[in-house]
Design a binder for this molecule. Structure first.
Ligand code: FES
Ligand code: FES
Length: 160
Protein backbone atom coordinates (compact mmCIF):
# COMPACT_ATOMS: atom_id res chain seq x y z
CA UNK A 1 0.00 0.00 0.00
CA UNK A 2 1.79 3.22 -1.11
CA UNK A 3 2.41 5.94 1.44
CA UNK A 4 2.56 9.65 0.70
CA UNK A 5 5.79 11.39 1.61
CA UNK A 6 7.08 14.93 1.15
CA UNK A 7 10.66 15.65 0.18
CA UNK A 8 12.65 18.67 -0.84
CA UNK A 9 15.16 17.57 -3.45
CA UNK A 10 17.72 20.10 -4.67
CA UNK A 11 15.42 22.86 -3.45
CA UNK A 12 12.30 21.52 -5.18
CA UNK A 13 9.37 20.21 -3.15
CA UNK A 14 7.86 16.85 -4.07
CA UNK A 15 4.84 14.91 -2.88
CA UNK A 16 5.29 11.25 -3.75
CA UNK A 17 3.38 8.02 -3.23
CA UNK A 18 5.95 5.33 -2.39
CA UNK A 19 5.98 1.68 -1.39
CA UNK A 20 7.39 0.85 2.04
CA UNK A 21 10.37 -1.01 0.56
CA UNK A 22 11.46 1.68 -1.91
CA UNK A 23 14.97 2.96 -1.21
CA UNK A 24 15.90 6.60 -1.48
CA UNK A 25 18.39 5.67 -4.23
CA UNK A 26 15.62 4.09 -6.32
CA UNK A 27 13.28 6.97 -5.66
CA UNK A 28 15.86 9.49 -6.85
CA UNK A 29 16.90 7.50 -9.90
CA UNK A 30 13.67 5.92 -11.07
CA UNK A 31 10.93 8.24 -9.82
CA UNK A 32 12.66 11.60 -10.11
CA UNK A 33 15.08 10.82 -12.95
CA UNK A 34 18.10 11.98 -10.94
CA UNK A 35 20.47 9.35 -12.29
CA UNK A 36 23.55 11.22 -11.10
CA UNK A 37 23.10 9.21 -7.91
CA UNK A 38 24.83 5.92 -8.74
CA UNK A 39 24.28 2.52 -7.24
CA UNK A 40 27.04 -0.06 -6.99
CA UNK A 41 26.97 -2.60 -4.19
CA UNK A 42 23.54 -1.60 -2.81
CA UNK A 43 24.78 -2.97 0.53
CA UNK A 44 26.46 0.03 2.12
CA UNK A 45 30.03 -0.77 1.08
CA UNK A 46 30.97 1.43 -1.88
CA UNK A 47 29.51 4.89 -1.23
CA UNK A 48 28.56 5.52 -4.86
CA UNK A 49 24.97 6.23 -3.79
CA UNK A 50 25.94 8.95 -1.28
CA UNK A 51 23.58 11.92 -1.12
CA UNK A 52 23.18 14.67 1.46
CA UNK A 53 20.24 14.42 3.82
CA UNK A 54 19.88 17.74 5.61
CA UNK A 55 23.53 18.32 4.75
CA UNK A 56 24.85 14.99 6.07
CA UNK A 57 26.27 12.38 3.70
CA UNK A 58 24.32 9.12 3.80
CA UNK A 59 24.14 6.00 1.65
CA UNK A 60 20.85 6.31 -0.21
CA UNK A 61 20.82 2.56 -0.99
CA UNK A 62 20.37 1.85 2.72
CA UNK A 63 17.68 4.44 3.37
CA UNK A 64 14.02 3.79 2.83
CA UNK A 65 12.25 6.65 1.13
CA UNK A 66 9.67 6.65 3.92
CA UNK A 67 12.46 7.20 6.47
CA UNK A 68 13.40 10.54 4.93
CA UNK A 69 9.86 11.90 4.77
CA UNK A 70 10.01 15.66 5.31
CA UNK A 71 13.80 15.91 4.83
CA UNK A 72 15.92 17.97 2.43
CA UNK A 73 17.99 15.93 -0.03
CA UNK A 74 20.85 17.18 -2.15
CA UNK A 75 22.06 15.14 -5.11
CA UNK A 76 24.90 15.88 -7.50
CA UNK A 77 22.38 17.56 -9.83
CA UNK A 78 21.78 20.17 -7.12
CA UNK A 79 25.36 21.46 -6.87
CA UNK A 80 25.78 23.53 -10.01
CA UNK A 81 24.08 26.92 -9.85
CA UNK A 82 22.83 28.58 -13.03
CA UNK A 83 24.94 26.22 -15.10
CA UNK A 84 28.12 27.06 -13.15
CA UNK A 85 29.83 24.07 -11.64
CA UNK A 86 30.38 23.93 -7.90
CA UNK A 87 34.07 24.54 -7.04
CA UNK A 88 34.41 20.88 -6.08
CA UNK A 89 33.08 19.76 -9.45
CA UNK A 90 35.44 22.18 -11.20
CA UNK A 91 38.40 20.99 -9.13
CA UNK A 92 37.66 17.35 -10.01
CA UNK A 93 37.77 18.29 -13.69
CA UNK A 94 40.89 20.43 -13.31
CA UNK A 95 42.75 17.70 -11.40
CA UNK A 96 41.41 14.90 -13.63
CA UNK A 97 40.12 13.27 -10.47
CA UNK A 98 37.63 11.14 -12.35
CA UNK A 99 38.08 8.42 -14.92
CA UNK A 100 34.86 6.42 -15.36
CA UNK A 101 33.19 8.92 -13.02
CA UNK A 102 31.00 6.34 -11.31
CA UNK A 103 32.24 7.19 -7.83
CA UNK A 104 32.43 10.94 -8.42
CA UNK A 105 28.91 12.10 -7.45
CA UNK A 106 29.10 10.36 -4.08
CA UNK A 107 32.65 11.52 -3.39
CA UNK A 108 31.91 15.11 -4.36
CA UNK A 109 28.84 15.22 -2.12
CA UNK A 110 30.75 13.68 0.76
CA UNK A 111 33.53 16.24 0.23
CA UNK A 112 30.96 19.03 0.19
CA UNK A 113 29.65 17.93 3.57
CA UNK A 114 33.22 17.90 4.87
CA UNK A 115 34.02 21.40 3.58
CA UNK A 116 30.74 22.75 4.93
CA UNK A 117 31.82 21.63 8.40
CA UNK A 118 35.56 22.07 8.05
CA UNK A 119 36.62 24.55 5.35
CA UNK A 120 40.33 23.85 5.89
CA UNK A 121 40.71 20.08 6.23
CA UNK A 122 44.10 18.42 6.41
CA UNK A 123 44.96 15.68 3.95
CA UNK A 124 44.37 13.11 6.69
CA UNK A 125 40.95 14.60 7.44
CA UNK A 126 40.02 14.44 3.76
CA UNK A 127 41.15 10.82 3.50
CA UNK A 128 39.30 9.88 6.68
CA UNK A 129 36.11 11.64 5.56
CA UNK A 130 36.13 9.96 2.16
CA UNK A 131 37.07 6.53 3.49
CA UNK A 132 33.51 5.26 2.91
CA UNK A 133 33.66 6.04 -0.81
CA UNK A 134 35.51 3.60 -3.05
CA UNK A 135 37.05 4.57 -6.38
CA UNK A 136 37.63 1.47 -8.46
CA UNK A 137 39.73 3.50 -10.87
CA UNK A 138 42.11 4.18 -7.98
CA UNK A 139 42.32 7.95 -8.30
CA UNK A 140 42.64 8.64 -4.60
CA UNK A 141 45.69 10.91 -4.88
CA UNK A 142 43.97 13.10 -7.44
CA UNK A 143 40.72 13.12 -5.48
CA UNK A 144 42.49 14.34 -2.34
CA UNK A 145 44.28 17.00 -4.39
CA UNK A 146 40.99 18.12 -5.97
CA UNK A 147 39.29 18.46 -2.59
CA UNK A 148 42.28 20.36 -1.21
CA UNK A 149 42.29 22.74 -4.17
CA UNK A 150 38.53 23.24 -3.96
CA UNK A 151 38.86 24.07 -0.27
CA UNK A 152 41.48 26.70 -1.10
CA UNK A 153 39.45 28.25 -3.90
CA UNK A 154 36.24 28.23 -1.83
CA UNK A 155 38.01 29.86 1.11
CA UNK A 156 39.50 32.51 -1.17
CA UNK A 157 36.06 33.34 -2.64
CA UNK A 158 34.06 32.82 0.55
CA UNK A 159 32.04 30.21 -1.42
CA UNK A 160 30.08 27.22 -0.11
S1 FES B 1 25.38 1.46 -3.60
FE1 FES B 1 25.07 2.31 -1.67
S2 FES B 1 26.91 1.94 -0.59
FE2 FES B 1 27.20 0.93 -2.50
S1 FES C 1 36.62 7.34 -11.33
FE1 FES C 1 36.02 5.30 -11.79
S2 FES C 1 35.38 4.52 -9.85
FE2 FES C 1 36.24 6.43 -9.37
Amino acid sequence: MPRTIHLTVNGHKHELAVEDNLTLASLLRHHLGLTGTKTGCEEGHCGSCTVLVNGSPLYSCLLLATAVDGQAITTIEGLAVDGKLHPLQQAFLDEEALQCGYCSPGIILNAKALLDKNPHPTEDEIRYSLSGNLCRCGLYQRIVRAVTNAAHSMAAKGAR
